[in-house]
Design a protein around this ligand. Structure first.
Ligand SMILES: [Zn+2]
Length: 61
């Protein structure tokens, strides 16, 4: 087992070491940075929010 366990980013699906945990989900630093810099008006922001909601709904279903 790797001591430095990697987390699977819920946005890009890649395995990363660095990132943040929101509730029980992991978002890599790259996606987190992109989210922070994404304007609320942009479609991409909706994508992020929608994607996270979907995952949480699925998990709580
Ligand atoms: Zn990511």
């Amino acid at each position: 087992m790797d001591v430095h366990a990697q987390n699977t980013c819920i946005i890009c699906g890649e395995h990363k070491h660095e990132g943040i945990h929101i509730v029980s989900e992991f978002i890599c630093d790259a996606c987190e940075a992109e989210m922070v810099h994404t304007d609320v008006q942009e479609e991409k922001y909706d994508f992020f929010v929608h994607r996270m909601k979907q995952i949480w709904v699925e998990k709580n279903a």
